[in-house]
Design a protein around this ligand. Sequence first.
Ligand SMILES: CC(C)(COP(=O)(O)OP(=O)(O)OC[C@H]1O[C@@H](n2cnc3c(N)ncnc32)[C@H](O)[C@@H]1OP(=O)(O)O)[C@@H](O)C(=O)NCCC(=O)NCCS
Length: 166
Amino acid sequence: MTQSDKAQIDQKQISLLWAGPETANEIAQIQIQMQDLNWGEDEIRTLLANPCSNSLLVKIRLNPENPPLTAGYIMGRLIGEEVEILAIGVLEPFQKFGLGRSLVEGLTRAAKRAEAKKMFLEVACDNEPALSLYSKLGFEETGRRQDYYKRADGTKVDAVTMTRTF
Ligand SMILES: CC(C)(COP(=O)(O)OP(=O)(O)OC[C@H]1O[C@@H](n2cnc3c(N)ncnc32)[C@H](O)[C@@H]1OP(=O)(O)O)[C@@H](O)C(=O)NCCC(=O)NCCS
């Protein structure tokens, strides 16, 4: 993707699709490319096949001749009246175009249709892009787990629990 492609992205080129178990490979590939999470395709497929799964892909069609590219995903789980965001990721070339926001808002719409009352997640306390995204969408810090995440270099980072009620 070139800078001129970036400049041309607009909302009409973006679509949100339901992520069923058949999309496990796409999500696994995104996780591998992002070097963020690496749950493995089988684990992702199991999560997506669960009836509690509320998960979406975001696709971008950069030009009409080519098929849309999968640019990101969100995986959620609806249990009772609560939705947990298990993972979200937008590939680096497509970041900062509103796709992360679209994914959370899309999941929120699905959650409200299912009469959920609350959405929550855990995020590393130093993940500024994610903290900012969630704050802007009305999530508030409701808890903290000290030294919850262990980084490859051995350092530990707190997990922040963020919650939004509908
Ligand atoms: C967090 C993430 C999903 C955001 O996706 P995105 O498509 O870039 O986000 P958007 O373009 O929709 O941005 C929405 C808001 O997020 C925040 N944000 C996004 N990127 C940011 C950055 N690099 N620095 C600071 N804030 C940022 C901003 O508040 C932004 O609002 P604005 O456009 O009004 O400034 C993306 O950075 C990502 O995939 N990160 C790696 C995986 C990850 O950390 N997942 C979260 C684990 S809980």
